[in-house]
Design a binder for this molecule. Structure first.
Ligand code: MOS
Length: 750
């Protein structure tokens, strides 16, 4: 089935927050934010701004009737700064005016005096000064000291991975309107409608049932709207609370990029020990996460770094510690992979470092350590249905790795100005929220008495096509054409207490809830069918092609006739179902358990050609064998792999976030921050599904696909260095991403 949104997207008809028809008299808002990364607010003078004709009101923390607190995990983040500011771009006030132009003008008239305090921008400074979000978190498997003693070879090193701007096409925004009895409806571009609802309720000091959050779709999110869509929604609701008028706030790109957090930069130190057979006996890492000025989702992201620290390898003894370092940058946040990519980069770097020192091919060490059935992860889960070796072997054979390696050697022998390089990147990614209590979802199904169907779930459509998958689930279950099913918006009055659309788990959780609702309705209708067709218990009923089939044969009973008959018998044609992932558990006191429903596996083979005069590179191909399970929608799933791959490659090769020592974002526009475009994608991307049985824990055995393929992009980093080493035998490998053309050029001639 085609993505149901593509037609509307291409024609420009799809509706986003900024497209919601506004009420007459809607007011427009803009955020006044901190010009300084750290300091005490001495004085703010709003008087000139307030006097400006058309300015309705300026709200700061004093206007908050409830708690000035939006922290999701820890209560450490005010909606509006009070006496101190902690990052440049921190919201201080909301200016509400009759037009956006007036609001902008008013912003220029606000005068602020700040007594500067020392600014921390790097994890090194934070660590030295003891500036942390929370205490360190540690996963241990067996005895790492013993592992190092038994190791034949031990290597140490450092790595750095930079942040990443989400660059969702639709910037952050919210439109809030007053309903009656003090109720507020918020149209938000959020991955977490319930988070918006509950945080708004807390800040306004009113119950959650007074807040309705409506989400039609998002123009991209990538994790950037899991937590950080909330403040803008709360601000508009606060203005509505006081003014009883509709208020709209859409961030302009520069404001969005300046005020919001990004992927966490990580600095890490590693130590790896291997035996003679190249088996990793010990792996010890300290990860220093640049969390920014408040917790946001940092502790959860740090946790996932630990969960993915050993990627798709079995490591006998491990000691993995993550430190969430508090700095004066905007609070960094969720971004596709959620700390996993940062962790996986380190073990790949460690393997490369070992391979170079031992003068063996990198893939030899990788291959010697791939996970096998029943291996244990450092967090205690036993690996089952392990498909990593299968995908690894499939990549090597399908894409003829031996021949490719030879061709590259020949090419490099013949060419001086151009060199080619290659890498293999295996991935293993766990599916489920690592916070077990979040793994649940609900779905609401109405069958209208004409036989058309409306479905609501807690899934948020953000370009990943989850709505199409939900439609498919219901249409398949009822044996209907997809046109007979309508997917409704995601709304907190229809689906309560949602977990955010995140962790790649949304299609599984909401799809399973939806399937349960459909099954309950079918169970309820079974007696109607049996009576109508005079069936016995041994007859098998199926729903197919808009008809009821009995024992595989089309009956005379159409879907519509069944619905009419059921309705006339006064049987409910609506169902609300709940699903909670079975099996999973995790005990944080011992850091052991079974946190993931299953893992997704795959391997990517990346080849690159380097221009050794200019330091630029082009990727010849990325060839992937990916474990989709039994894909329920090949087009959508392959699209997710391709998009994630390119996004991962961008993180690893060109996207370079930079702040100066004052905590000011220098890479604040698309002229200074380069993301992959059509010219930087690999010339050839091939994605071959791995033949597997799928997982019962996945919706229709179709495995989650949002985040895992992002980490194929890590292969790009190592393929480039492989080509660099072919040009400059004296080149020492570095683990300092992104590998921009500037860095390549310096490395080629070092
Ligand atoms: Mo996603 S990075 O789990 O919002």
């Amino acid at each position: 089935m085609k993505n149901k949104d593509s037609y509307g997207h291409v024609r420009g008809e799809s509706l986003f927050v900024d497209d919601v028809n506004v009420r007459e008299g809607t007011l427009h808002a803009i955020v006044f934010d901190s010009p300084s990364a750290h300091g005490k607010i001495k004085n703010i003078d709003y008087s000139d701004a307030e006097k400006l004709d058309g300015v309705v009101r300026i709200f700061n923390y004093e206007a908050i009737p409830g708690e000035n607190q939006i922290g999701g995990i820890f209560p450490d983040e005010p909606l509006f700064a009070e006496n101190e500011v902690h990052f440049m771009g921190q919201p201080i006030a909301l200016i509400v005016a009759k037009t956006l132009a007036i609001a902008k003008k008013a912003k220029q008239l606000i005068k602020i005096e700040i007594d500067a305090l020392p600014v921390i921008t790097t994890v090194k400074e934070a660590f030295e000064q003891g500036s942390f979000i929370n205490g360190p978190r540690k996963f241990e498997l067996d005895d790492v000291e013993k592992g190092f003693k038994e190791s034949e070879h031990v290597f140490e090193g450092e790595t750095f991975t930079n942040g990443q701007e989400h660059l969702y096409l639709e910037t952050q925004g919210s439109y809030a309107i007053p309903l009656e009895h003090g109720t507020i409806k918020i149209f938000s571009s959020t991955q977490g409608p319930t988070a918006v609802q509950s945080t708004t309720a807390k800040v306004l000091g009113i119950p959650m049932h007074k807040i309705e959050v409506e989400v039609n779709r998002l123009g991209g999110a990538f994790g950037g709207k899991e937590d950080q869509a909330t403040p803008w929604a709360v601000m508009t609701a606060l203005a509505v609370y006081h003014l009883n008028k509709a208020v709209k706030l859409i961030l302009e790109r520069h404001d969005d990029v300046r005020m919001t957090g990004k992927r966490h930069p990580y600095e890490s130190t590693f130590k790896i020990g291997l035996n003679k057979e190249l088996k990793i006996l010990a792996f010890e890492v300290d990860y220093y996460q640049n969390s920014g000025a408040a917790a946001d989702l940092s502790p959860a992201i740090a946790e996932r770094t630990l969960f993915h620290a050993t990627n798709s390898y079995f490591v006998k003894n491990a000691k993995l510690t993550v430190h969430s370092c508090k700095t004066n940058l905007p609070p960094n946040t969720a971004f596709r992979g959620f700390g996993g990519p940062q962790g996986m980069f380190v073990i790949e770097a460690a393997i490369v470092k070992a391979a170079k020192a031992l003068n063996v091919p990198v893939h030899k060490i990788q291959e010697a350590n791939l996970l096998q059935e029943n291996d244990v992860f450092p967090y205690g889960q036993i690996a089952k249905q392990v498909a990593i070796k299968k995908s690894w072997d499939a990549v090597k054979s399908t894409f003829n790795m031996a021949k490719k390696t030879q061709e590259i050697q020949d090419f490099n022998a013949k060419n001086q100005a151009f060199k080619k390089g290659l890498s293999l990147m295996p991935i293993a990614f766990g599916i489920s929220f690592t916070n077990t209590p979040m793994n649940h979802a609900r779905a609401l199904v109405h069958i209208y008495n004409d036989g058309s169907v409306g479905i609501s779930t807690g899934a948020v459509e953000m370009g990943q096509s989850v709505n199409t998958k939900m439609l498919q689930v219901a249409a398949m279950s009822f044996g209907l054409a997809p046109e007979r099913v309508k997917i409704e918006t995601t709304n907190t009055t229809r689906i309560a207490n949602m977990s955010p659309t995140a962790a790649s788990a949304t299609a599984d959780l909401n799809g399973k809830a939806l399937l349960k609702a459909c099954n309950s309705l079918k169970e309820r209708m079974a007696p109607v069918i049996m009576e109508h067709l005079a069936l016995t218990n041994s007859d098998k009923i199926t729903y197919q092609d808009n008809f009821i089939f009995t024992n595989g044969t089309k009956s005379t009973l159409s879907w519509e006739a069944l619905i009419t008959a059921t309705f006339l018998k006064r049987i409910s044609l609506s169902e609300h179902a709940h699903y909670a992932t079975p099996v999973i558990h995790f005990d944080k006191t011992i850091e052991k358990g079974h946190p993931f429903a299953y893992h997704v596996y795959g391997t990517a083979l990346t080849t690159v050609t380097l221009d050794c005069i200019r330091g630029t590179y082009e990727f010849d191909a990325v060839e992937i064998v990916h474990d989709f399970g039994k894909t329920m929608n090949k087009g959508i799933d392959i699209g997710q792999v391709e998009g994630a791959l390119v996004q991962g490659m961008g993180w690893m090769t060109m996207e370079e976030i930079s702040y100066n020592e004052k905590g000011q974002l220098l890479s604040n526009s698309l002229s200074g921050y380069k993301v992959p475009d059509i010219f930087s994608v690999p010339k050839d991307v091939k994605v071959v599904p791995l033949e597997t049985d799928g997982s019962e824990m996945a919706i229709l055995k179709s495995k989650a696909v949002g985040e895992p393929p992002f980490m194929y992009g890590i292969g790009a980093y190592f393929a480039i260095q492989d080509a660099m080493a072919a040009f400059n035998p004296k080149y020492t490998y570095k683990f300092d991403a992104p590998m921009t053309p500037e860095k390549v050029l310096m490395g080629l001639y070092e």
